[in-house]
Design a protein around this ligand. Structure first.
Ligand code: F6R
Length: 653
């Protein structure tokens, strides 16, 4: 079961990890708290230098990782009088070629997120120039490097890490002593950058970047990484060998570096996957379950065939002592996992529910499925959605955001032309209306790459997604349109990939729906791998709404079930309910996903995976069923999995 201590449900594990981690790591419950911590350290260093009448040199990164850090520094400037008068900055990199004023330039990014909001003298700002003529680039890079030296070298360097393991734009193959230079971007890095450039062919193929050698000269380094999509590369950089194939691993040779993570980014570190290998642990049943599943996977055996030797050979002799050997432990954990499997996600009326994931009563439950984007409901839990409806629960679905940025311009155009032609065919096309349509079509025709949509286009794109969501919800069995809710949460409506902050207006939309429906069950996306963070913010809104309403009696019986989005499944020991699907049900779910036509083939923001959403969902659900089969349970076609979020103010079952 997940608890309220962190979004991933894990509490910090308090012992020293020396064996596997070759870099000092600090894990925080969320990226906001982590960023505040780093901001405080930087502010302290700035103030100390101010006291001594000295300047401080900061090395800065762009990308999503340092955004909250910059927000915190801006807050400190505004609210605590932190001055940047004595700060000199050097940015790591810039795309090439890239005009400063382009919305995708790192020059633009830095001014938008930091420099425009603090009192740093403009002559103290250094960002590699993406407009230097090609033949002058080598000389320019030497000059940049020299400026760093002349400023006295970098005191504090902030880094993110790319999924290739790059720091700055030092892609795999970069050598340890490399200095500022022109580089080619890796294919994966360019794909990750599509979110800012719209199409892959628009992403520059080159960049100017400080080298590994330039970074290693910094006196203190903070490497920031958030989210599951960073977990694999973080493990390689932190636990793997030093290798130019993972440029961030060179940091293992630096004397003063700190890796700052949130839990999802730390998900693959040994301290998370197998903490018993790192030191003394407190053997809770959850941890024992994790250890059993881990041993079964390591040995390739089903749970009931694991022996004392298997456990002893895998560093689990202490667990054997505590549990009286493999036989009893195996049966205990086997039963626990067996009890997660149910075809009755809303509970089975009249059945003994003492070992079932959901309560038998009331027989007919009110359920709300929250879907961050308009297609997450069917992608992530389409099978369960249909079962809840088939089993006659009162199912509501709430689409939290409009999802409007993920609609192609050509689709919007098609719909506007359709409307205009339809109105004309009915003799209803007034001059004003025609002008209105023309304005939208002109905008779409002349739209620059990466330009934000005008409100009219956003409205049309949002409506396209609404129609698709409604069609999919109806296909999933919802008969009453009053049970389909569109929240259009305001934080999402920036017209850009980067969203606004969560506000009370967002939380109230969720809270009001909860109050109106008084559900027994709420399903929400607990998927933290969403590349734009929308899922994360949507979950925060739901948790905040629960917090707000926790005094109401009906909230005691309102259970929150989390599903994960299209990217990753929960590790099996975190699953509290696994809903099997037959081949027919898998096919039905697929059709529901197909209702989202604007997301078919290649959605504008596909994330890190080339497969279409229905393929990802299918593969993932099959993999979950396969994992259960390997552990010795019945063989199903596919399974959807859920973890229950436990609130400490809710009475135990
Ligand atoms: C940015 C930079 C890159 C990013 C890295 C991670 O100046 O040099 O190394 O830090 O690509 O990007 P995000 O933070 O967007 O995941």
């Amino acid at each position: 079961m997940l608890n309220t201590s962190s979004p991933s449900g894990k509490s910090p594990i308090k012992f020293q990890f020396k064996t596997f981690e070759k870099l000092p790591v600090k894990i925080w419950d969320d990226s906001r708290a982590a960023s505040l911590h780093v901001a405080k350290s930087i502010a302290l260093a700035i103030r100390q230098k101010q006291q001594d009448g000295e300047q401080i040199v900061l090395g800065l990164a762009t990308g999503s990782s340092p955004i909250k850090l910059y927000q915190e520094l801006v807050n400190m400037h505004r609210n605590e009088g932190l001055s940047f008068q004595n700060v000199i900055t050097f940015n790591l990199d810039e795309y090439y070629p890239m005009p400063k004023e382009a919305p995708q330039s790192y020059w633009h990014f830095m001014h938008e997120h930091l420099f425009d909001h603090v009192d740093i003298p403009s002559e103290n700002i250094h960002i590699p120039d993406g407009t230097i003529p090609m033949e002058k680039v080598a000389e320019y890079c030497q000059w940049y490097e020299k400026q760093i030296d002349l400023a006295g070298g970098i005191d504090i360097q902030v880094l993110g890490i790319g999924r290739t393991g790059h720091i700055g734009f030092n892609e795999p193959g970069s050598w340890e002593t490399s200095l500022t230079r022109m580089v080619r971007l890796d294919g994966l890095t360019r794909r990750d950058a599509i979110k800012d450039f719209i199409a892959e062919e628009d992403v520059p193929t080159r960049a100017i970047t400080m080298g590994i050698g330039s970074i290693m000269k910094a006196r203190t380094i903070y490497l920031l990484a958030w989210g599951q999509h960073k977990a694999d590369i973080v493990k390689e950089a932190v636990e793997g060998p030093v290798s130019s194939q993972v440029p961030a691993s060179f940091l293992q040779k630096h004397p003063n570096v700190r890796v700052i993570l949130d839990w999802p980014a730390a998900e693959r570190l040994t301290r998370t996957t197998a903490p018993w290998l790192c030191g003394m642990v407190n053997w809770t049943e959850d941890l024992a379950c994790q250890a059993v599943v881990w041993t079964a996977q390591k040995t390739g055996k089903p749970i009931l065939k694991l022996t004392n030797e298997d456990y002893n050979e895998h560093g689990l002799s202490e667990l054997m002592l505590k549990e009286n050997g493999a036989y009893e432990l195996n049966i205990k954990i086997f039963n626990r996992l067996q009890h997660t499997i149910t075809g009755w996600p809303g509970g089975k009326a009249g059945a003994d529910d003492s070992t079932r994931p959901e309560r038998a009563n009331p027989a007919r439950k009110r359920s709300i499925i929250f879907s961050p984007h308009p297609d997450d409901d069917v992608i992530s839990m389409g099978g369960t959605f249909m079962r809840l409806v088939d089993q006659e629960h009162d199912v509501h679905v709430a689409y939290q955001t409009s999802g409007n940025i993920a609609v192609h311009d050509h689709d919007a155009r098609r719909y506007v032309e359709f409307q205009r032609e339809y109105m004309a065919s009915q003799g209803m096309l007034s001059e004003n209306l025609n002008k209105h349509y023309q304005k939208i079509l002109d905008f779409l025709h002349n739209k620059a790459k990466g330009q934000a949509d005008i409100p009219e286009v956003r409205a049309i794109k949002g409506l396209i997604r609404r129609g698709e969501a409604r069609a999919a919800a109806r296909y999933s069995g919802i008969k009453d349109d009053d049970n389909i809710h569109f929240l259009d949460m305001p934080f999402y409506e920036t017209g850009h990939v980067h969203k606004g902050d969560l506000t009370d207006a967002d939380i109230d939309l969720v809270a009001n729906l909860l109050k109106a429906v008084k559900p027994h069950q709420v399903y929400a996306a607990g998927d933290l791998a969403d590349p734009h963070g929308t899922h994360r913010v949507c979950l925060e809104a739901i948790l905040a709404a629960f917090e707000k309403l926790k005094g109401e009696t009906w909230m005691q019986d309102c259970w929150l079930w989390l599903y994960r989005g299209a990217w990753h499944e929960f590790p099996i020991h975190e699953i509290d309910m696994a809903v099997p699907m037959s081949p027919d049900q898998v096919a039905r779910k697929q059709k529901a996903i197909f209702m989202h036509q604007s997301q078919k083939d290649r959605p504008p923001f596909p994330g890190e995976d080339d497969r279409e959403f229905w393929q990802r969902a299918k593969d993932r659900n099959k993999a979950t069923a396969e994992l259960y089969r390997q552990l010795g349970f019945a063989e199903y076609e596919a399974m959807e999995a859920f973890a229950r979020w436990k609130f400490d103010w809710q009475k135990p079952r």
